[in-house]
Every structure is written in C-alpha cells, then in structure tokens.
Design a protein around this ligand. Structure first.
Ligand code: 7TS
Length: 415
C-alpha cells in the first residue's frame, strides 16, 4: 500500500496535509524524518507557527489590564481561544476552562486546591495501574500531606482496566477517582463515561487525564459527566507551555485558589483579599497569551480536517502496523486492549529497548524508548521498558514499512 491508496480509502489529501507540517519535510541522519513520537508531542502545522509569529509581530501586550488598543485586541484573541477550547470539549461555559501550562499543571491544580480542601486523614484516592507519573505523584504528595491512602486499580492481561476490581474498590472511603482517558504506554482507551457514572453513584469526584485523548477522538465533557478533565495543547498540534483544565462550575466555585498573585483577585488590602470570579480565580499572573491563541488555531485546524476522519485514518494506520508487527515472530506487542488508540508499544525479543531505539534512530525514525513516565506500569508488567511507535494522521503506511526495515536491521545486529 502506498500513500495514494491511503488517499483513496479516506477522504484526506495526505500529501497536502503533510506539506502543511514543515518539520515533516526535514531529514535526520540524511534520511527523510519519520516521526512516530506523537504521544510525546505532536508536530505543528504552519498555521499554528504563523499564529505565534503574528501574535508577537502584531499583537503582543498584556491581557485583561489595559484600556489601550493592543491590550484589548490581545484580550479578545486570548478569550476567543478559550471559547474554541470550550466548544471543542463541549463544556457548558467558557469560564469552566482554566488555562494552565499543560496537563501536569492542571492535575497539580486540582490536587493543590480541591485536594487540600477535601482530602482528609483516612480518605482514599483511587488511580489505575495505567497512569502517567503526572497522575500519580501529585496524589502521592497529597496523601502524604493529609494521611490519606492511594489505591491502584489493576489491569487485565490485555492492558484494559479491570472494571470488576474498580467497582469493588469504589468504597465509601474513596473521595476521588483519577484515571487516564487513554494510556500513553499501552494505548488502552478507558471507559471514562462508565467509570464516572459508577463513581458519581457513590458521590465520588472524578478527574480524567485527557493528555492523550484530544488528538484522537471527540471528547465531550458533558457527555462523560466528569468533574475535571486535564489536557495539554502540545499533544493536539498546538504549542508547548499551554494547556488547560475543564472543571464543572459548581466544583470550581467551591474550590480555593491555587496560586496567589495578580489577575486572580477582585480587590486586595493588607487585611483581606477578595478573589476574582471564574476562570480568573485560578489564573494568577501574566498568562501564556501567544500560545493560547496558537492552541485555538490548532483546534480549528484539526476540526476542519474532522475528528472522525482523523480517527478513521489513525485506526487504519494502527491496524496496518499491528498486522505487520504480528508477522514478525520476534516482536511482542505490549497492550492489546480491544479499545486502543493509535500507538503500539513493543519489544523485539530480548533486545533492550534503548539498543533498538538507537539503531531505529539511524534510519531517521523517531520512536520513544523507555518507561514512558509509567514506571509502576512497567514494573507490574515485569519489563524494563518498551519501544513505542505512536501515529498521527499525517503518518503513512510507507513510513510503517520503513520502521519494519529498521526493526529487521536491529534483529540482524543483536540476534
Ligand atoms: N498524562 C498522560 C497520559 C501523558 O501521556 C502525559 C505526557 C502527561 C499526562 C503529561 O503531559 P504534559 O504535557 O503535562 O507533560 N506523556 C508523554 C509521553 O508519553 N511521552 O512524553 C510525554
């Protein structure tokens, strides 16, 4: 199969799309770059790069502070981007979207604000064996501070969540369930709507780590029904250093501020400070205006392509890669959940992932090797790490064929 056939199966002009991502045209080790590290960060289309240049060329000024023209224009663009995020996630109100540096900061915001106010000694927080360190460590820190307990829901052999165990673990002591929407290491898509329903039946608050989900599937926070949804712009074709937290209005309103400073206040005296309304209560200091605008442009870009189109293409790439991998008896795929996003973690016989990654890199192919910030998951699987190829809609079957060639070379050298 070649890219032309890809175009025929889906209504997507892949050559045109690839030309819109300038970095995909570069070479690495004198070979055309094959970028399969999309779960770590996605590449940026020219429109996003242009938006950043335009912001600093024509618009740069601080927001929500000045009556002058530039400040008002920057504020409008910054708030328009918030509205784009609201629409993308189908949140009810734009003030339910809090800008942060990214998913990690969003989870820390919830742990530091909601967690400090609501978690007490003897309480329990339930996470899963699939979590990224970002959705483990903030809860560990909170539990340590409060004398609370962190519980971990196990996974089944195929990498899907053990839902029977989860149901049993939702005891009366649990105050919060924090679960990833999609595993960055195994690709497992968790049934977050079902988990939210089960938790809410018991009055338990739910946070979803959406870092991996926004780029692959339509996310509707009202349909899921969760209390919090954390995400990063750079994993959805937007800039680094910007992301957000969706929180339900009632929950956010009841939370104390996360950081103190300018912007998050209504009035300050040395005796008392009155906090600002949502979302500003949680946005202390000068925000990342240019990147927020770029994030909005990235969401427009993928919305124009269509999330259904993107999901279909990525599904096709995943199916093709899985088929190719299964044809090699030395490859072991780690994670075979029935609901899986477009990434494959694998091992090549007993070859250490770092050794394999180094050779694959020589082919100009970017794959991730190691524990993928999910060390406890690797420990529970009893492996030192994996090689991970994560696909975006701009990838092609030809690129997967090149990866297979590189894997053959690894096998030739090490076995
Ligand atoms: N949660 C999940 C599921 C992730 O995959 C990541 C980043 C994060 C949280 C943290 O996101 P950040 O934008 O705040 O850093 N995952 C990866 C990865 O798989 N390889 O590099 C980063």
């Amino acid at each position: 199969m070649n890219t032309k056939q890809d175009i025929a199966t889906l209504n997507m002009d892949i050559d045109k799309i690839r030309s819109e991502f300038p970095i995909l045209g570069r070479s690495v080790h004198n070979k055309p770059l094959v970028y399969f590290d999309n779960a770590a960060t996605t590449q940026k289309p020219q429109v996003v790069i242009d938006a950043l240049v335009d912001y600093y060329t024509n618009l740069n000024s601080n927001v929500h502070r000045g009556v002058h023209f530039l400040s008002q224009q920057a504020t409008t663009a910054f708030e328009e981007a918030r509205e784009k995020i609201r629409k993308f996630l189908n949140a009810r109100y734009n003030y339910e979207i809090i800008y942060t540096r990214g998913c990690t900061e969003s989870i820390n915001l919830v742990a530091g604000s909601w967690g400090r106010a609501n978690i007490h000694a003897g309480d329990e927080i339930l996470i899963t064996a699939l979590e990224h360190h970002s959705n483990i460590v903030p809860w560990q820190m909170l539990c340590e501070e409060k004398g609370a307990k962190l519980k971990v829901c196990p996974i089944l052999e195929d990498g899907s969540l053990d839902m029977a165990a989860l149901s049993q673990m939702l005891t009366t002591a649990v105050r919060l369930v924090a679960v990833t929407h999609i595993s960055n290491t195994l690709g497992t898509i968790n049934p977050v709507k079902e988990i939210t329903r089960m938790a809410h039946e018991k009055g338990i608050v739910v946070l979803i780590d959406g870092a991996q989900a926004l780029s692959h599937m339509k996310v509707d926070v009202q349909d899921i029904g969760c209390d919090f949804y954390a995400f990063s712009g750079h994993k959805v074709y937007g800039p680094m250093g910007i992301g957000g937290l969706y929180g339900r209005e009632e929950v956010l309103n009841a939370m104390p501020p996360y950081q103190g400073g300018g912007e998050m206040i209504r009035s300050v005296t040395f005796e008392k400070t009155i906090y600002n309304e949502l979302p500003f209560k949680f946005e202390a200091g000068t925000p990342n205006v240019g990147d927020a605008i770029g994030f909005g442009v990235a969401l427009d870009y993928i919305s124009n392509i269509g999330l259904d189109q993107i999901a279909a293409r990525e599904h096709e790439l995943l199916a093709y890669a899985t088929e190719r991998f299964k044809g090699d008896p030395l490859i072991r795929i780690i994670g075979n959940a029935p609901e899986k996003a477009s990434l494959i973690s694998f091992m090549i016989d007993k070859i250490h992932p770092y050794d394999a990654g180094t050779i694959i890199d020589q082919f100009g192919i970017a794959v991730r090797t190691g524990t993928h910030c999910t060390q406890p998951l690797m420990d529970s699987l009893g492996i030192p790490g994996t090689i991970r190829a994560s696909f975006a809609f701009y990838n092609t079957r030809e690129e997967i064929d090149k990866l297979m060639e590189a894997i053959s070379k690894v096998e030739e050298l090490f076995l």
